[in-house]
Design a binder for this molecule. Structure first.
Ligand code: NAD
Length: 483
């Protein structure tokens, strides 16, 4: 049995203990792997104070110096990539190969990307001449102390996607990672120490959202909040700070559609859909959970898709042949099971697919859900309108372009979607009409960090990426000079 780590807060460049600790479990073995600081309002205050004290000097730091720190942090995470990947896999349940090849490298890229972006950006520029003897330009100033709140599904990847632009643009921050997956964020503290990042620039406090998270978002000395998590929490935060002059960016839930037209190349589409529906056990905000298939190819598609899903091996995340690990927690497993139960009660067809690892089956441990396909579902069903956030996909037929667009857009979420067709005109037409932040044509997760990332409707407010994150962490100012 692996040793149990203690994850302490990291405030003003130093580790800080708390009175109480939460247990963090490995979702595959159900063993306790860490004790996480269960922070209080007082801990939140200390962290904000440290970030506030560090702000004047950090915000005046030269871009070259900030770039140096970002690159140093990237190098240090990269040097410890295997440790981070193993920790992420045992904390969250994702396959080790996924953490090793995608998620931890992406955390490294997040720092390098914003370091490069900063080196290319112009601090100020001439905007236009409004009169013969007036020149106007804009400048951007870091907005102050930011609170960065992240969820459990891509722990390090999403937290660093916030830390990197925040400190690149001269803000200081207090991070509140998810209480379910805090281990790799805890490991970041040592990276910051080894990078000799000035104390207080990045502070980490751990614990429960409604306690320490709530104390952070309502702290009067906070200037910006960047949140990724569920829609319920996002709207709660928006409401809680509605009377305060705080900048806010919300990246929230999704219920993403995939539309497969009868001219789609199924040989290309099926392997990608398998990933888009089941990668990380369907626990990626961008995962596809509603598939609309044009009626002429519905039967053929279903047969082929289910055959593919049946090849998915579910089991131990540390085994390289595992395609799907457990879901993150017992609570989340129960939530997903409830949706599958609703489908059964509704009389929908429920197909449980995949291959369960024999050892896991025997051990009877772990929060596993087999990949599940649901058919004959009404558009109004909760299964088609609510975010399940697990390895569950609903498949329904459609007839025409107009009809499918109306049905896809009918729900309140709008994070992303994908369209499979060989018709260029239709792809462009529908990409414009789809109500969401990102549309992929004949692909999925084709992420380019220079593109704006975010959702519409109940999926979010604001955009991340470069230069978009700059709007969250800086204030733009107009200067007019009479010359
Ligand atoms: P969650 O909303 O339960 O928690 C997210 C974070 O908010 C956690 O750190 C939690 O402790 C904190 N929190 C909870 N209550 C708080 C409060 N009152 N004040 C301040 N902080 C509080 O979400 P989750 O279950 O951790 O994550 C899954 C959700 O995240 C899904 O809905 C998923 O779609 C969404 N998500 C969205 C994106 C995106 O980019 N749009 C990316 C990943 C995940």
């Amino acid at each position: 049995m692996a040793s149990v780590q203690r994850i302490n807060n990291f405030i003003n460049g130093k580790y800080a203990s708390t009175e109480n600790y939460l247990e963090s479990l490995n979702p595959c073995t159900e063993e306790i792997i860490a004790h996480i600081a269960d922070s209080t309002t007082d801990d939140a205050k200390l962290a904000v104070q440290a970030a506030r004290q560090a702000f004047p000097s950090w915000s005046r730091q030269t871009a070259a110096k900030r770039i140096h720190y970002l690159n140093r942090i990237a190098d240090l995470i990269e040097a410890r990539l295997e440790d981070f990947a193993r920790a992420e896999s045992s904390d969250q349940g994702k396959p080790l190969w996924l953490a090793r090849t995608v998620e931890i490298p992406r955390a490294v890229d997040n720092f390098r990307f914003f370091a490069t972006a900063l080196s290319q950006s112009r601090e100020s520029f001439t905007q236009h001449t409004s009169a013969p003897n007036v020149i106007s330009y804009t400048t951007r100033s870091p907005c102050g102390v930011a609170v960065l709140i992240s969820p459990w599904n891509l722990p390090l990847y999403l937290l660093t996607w916030k830390i990197a632009p925040c400190i690149a643009f001269g803000c200081t921050c207090v991070c509140k990672p998810s209480e379910f997956t805090s281990v790799t964020a805890g490991m970041l503290a040592q990276v910051f120490i080894d990078a000799e990042l000035p104390p207080g620039v990045v502070n980490l406090v751990f614990g429960v959202g409604p306690r320490v998270g709530q104390a952070l978002i309502t702290h009067p000395d906070v200037n910006a909040i960047s949140f990724t998590g569920s829609t319920v929490t996002g709207y709660h935060i928006k409401k809680a700070i509605s009377h305060l002059p705080v900048k806010i960016s919300l990246e929230m839930g999704g219920k993403n559609a995939g539309i497969i037209f009868n001219d789609a190349d199924l040989s290309k589409c099926l392997p990608v859909l398998l990933r888009s529906c089941f990668l990380n056990s369907g626990q990626i905000c961008l995962c596809t959970s509603r598939l609309y298939v044009q009626r002429e190819i519905y039967d053929e598609f279903l047969k082929k898709f289910i055959a593919e899903v049946n090849t998915l091996k579910v089991g131990d995340p540390s085994d390289d042949s595992t395609k799907m690990g457990p879901v993150v927690s017992k609570e989340h497993q129960h939530k997903i099971e409830k949706y599958i139960e609703i489908a059964r009660q509704n009389g929908n067809e429920v197909i449980v697919a995949g291959i369960m690892d024999e050892n896991i089956k025997k051990s009877d441990k772990g929060y596993f859900i087999m990949p599940t396909v649901i058919l004959n579902v009404d558009d109004e069903s909760k299964l088609m309108t609510e975010e399940i956030f697990g390895p569950v996909v609903c498949i329904v037929p459609f007839d025409t372009e107009d009809e499918v667009m109306e049905r896809v857009n009918k729900i309140q979420y709008g994070l992303c979607g994908c369209i499979w067709t060989e018709s260029l005109g239709r792809a462009h037409r529908l990409a414009t009409r789809m109500e969401c932040g990102t549309v992929w044509i004949n692909g999925w997760m084709l992420r380019d960090l220079r593109m704006p990332f975010g959702g519409v409707k109940d999926s979010g407010m604001g955009r991340e990426g470069y230069p978009y994150s700059e709007d969250v962490f800086t204030e733009i100012k107009t200067v007019g000079i009479n010359i």
